[in-house]
Design a protein around this ligand. Structure first.
Ligand SMILES: *Cc1c(COP(=O)(O)O)cnc(C)c1O
Length: 381
């Protein structure tokens, strides 16, 4: 593996097998949803241990699709976290329901299971936990609360392909789970996503609404009238995945374990290098979960260093290392500042000032990793 002058913050791993899969789609003539999408859905469902998987063109559309299928509307409330990508919250707003944000746990940075119950009202219809960085939420607490209050759990698993919670795969736990295959995620299809569920009715609704509301049953019922006939049963969306994306998904899924092993290795190098450094709080890990290491987020102990987080990021860049921040709290964006006017989430706000995501992806060479470690140590000393 070569070393790079600038260690990019994130890069996908696209190899010859991925390219061959995509070329095969082109040669087959199937450009949109076809046999490879069906195969990717089947393979993915069995990978996470869910009964159904519905391939979509992004995690954002998957979230919107799933929330829409719960018949949410004005007057309903959906609980989620302020420390997430805005799509989690925007898709709730798209349904007409009101997002209700619950502050995070300072260690895991996931929604704080102990604070969810206070936010539940008679209007609460769903809960959207986000497994930040690939470390799972406390799903026992979440599922227990949801069961007692009869609310649905839709997991935002954009970071959590490969994640296990107490031996169970994320994707097989909540009422539905939505994954992202965006270019920066652990498995990439460029743009793309997947919804998994064990609920037969929900799966049927997801399929119906993901493709204009076209009744596939109609094709069987009216075959004698020719294949031009279709019926639209609901005013559905256009959210399907294409076979070109699915080809990439299939080749990426085949080597996911290999890619994850490299992520785990890099995370271990970082953990060992930064252990005992008082300026850095390491990302959480625990023996009863399997971390997907989508992100390696360190928390700076600002009292121990002479720079703030933004200056730390600038210094890293000067030293040839890209980094990022996950995330700008949702309620800090101009639109959401007005929407959530007056709201404050103290744990999220305090942590936001201290977090930096370091480069972590399978394509990184050992030299790249060493360069990141050296740059961080130089700045902190
Ligand atoms: C990336 C991401 C999304 C959106 O995924 P897309 O596939 O780009 O729509 C949603 N939630 C979180 C937490 C993300 O990181």
């Amino acid at each position: 593996m070569e070393s790079h002058d600038f260690v990019a913050y994130g890069l996908p791993l696209i190899e010859e097998d991925d390219i061959a899969g995509v070329l095969d789609s082109f040669r087959s003539g199937w450009l949109t949803r076809g046999p490879k999408t069906l195969e990717f859905e089947k393979t993915f469902a069995s990978y996470v241990g869910a009964k159904h998987a519905v391939a979509v063109n992004s995690c954002t559309s998957g979230l919107h699709l799933t929330l829409s299928c719960l018949d949410l509307g004005p007057g309903d409330e959906v609980i989620t976290t302020p420390l997430t990508f805005v799509a989690t919250v925007n898709t709730i707003i798209h349904t007409g329901a009101k997002p209700v944000l619950v502050d995070i746990d300072p260690y895991t940075m996931n929604i704080d299971g102990r604070k969810i119950e206070e936010a539940i009202t008679s209007h609460t219809k769903a809960l959207v936990p986000v497994h930040i960085a690939g470390y799972p939420c406390d799903m026992d607490a979440v599922m227990d609360l949801a069961g007692r209050h009869r609310i649905k759990v839709i997991e935002d698993a954009a970071h959590a392909i490969y994640t296990q919670y107490q031996g169970r795969m994320v994707g097989s736990i909540g009422d539905a789970t939505v994954f992202s295959f965006y270019a920066t995620k652990n498995l990439v299809t460029g743009e793309g996503g997947m919804v998994t569920t064990n609920d037969d009715d929900l799966a049927e609704r997801l399929r119906l609404w993901s493709s204009h509301g076209l009744s596939h049953g109609a094709w069987n019922r009216y075959t004698d009238q020719g294949s031009w006939f279709y019926e639209v049963l609901v005013p559905g969306y256009k959210y399907n995945m294409t076979d070109i994306q699915a080809a990439l998904g299939l080749s990426q899924l085949k080597k996911l374990n290999k890619m994850q092993a490299r992520r785990e290795e890099i995370a271990r190098y970082y953990n060992e290098a930064f252990a005992g450094c008082p300026a850095i709080e390491l990302p959480i890990d625990s023996p009863d979960v399997r971390h997907a290491w989508h992100l390696y987020i360190v928390k700076l102990n600002l009292a121990e260093i002479s720079v703030d987080r933004n200056a730390f990021i600038d210094r890293l860049k000067e030293k040839g290392v890209g980094s990022s921040v996950h995330f700008i709290p949702v309620h800090y964006h101009p639109y959401h500042r007005d929407y959530f006017a007056g709201a404050s989430y103290p744990v999220t706000e305090e942590i936001f000032e201290r977090i930096v995501s370091l480069p972590l992806y399978p394509k990184m060479s050992d030299e790249d990793v060493a360069k990141v470690i050296q740059a961080v140590m130089e700045i902190l000393n």
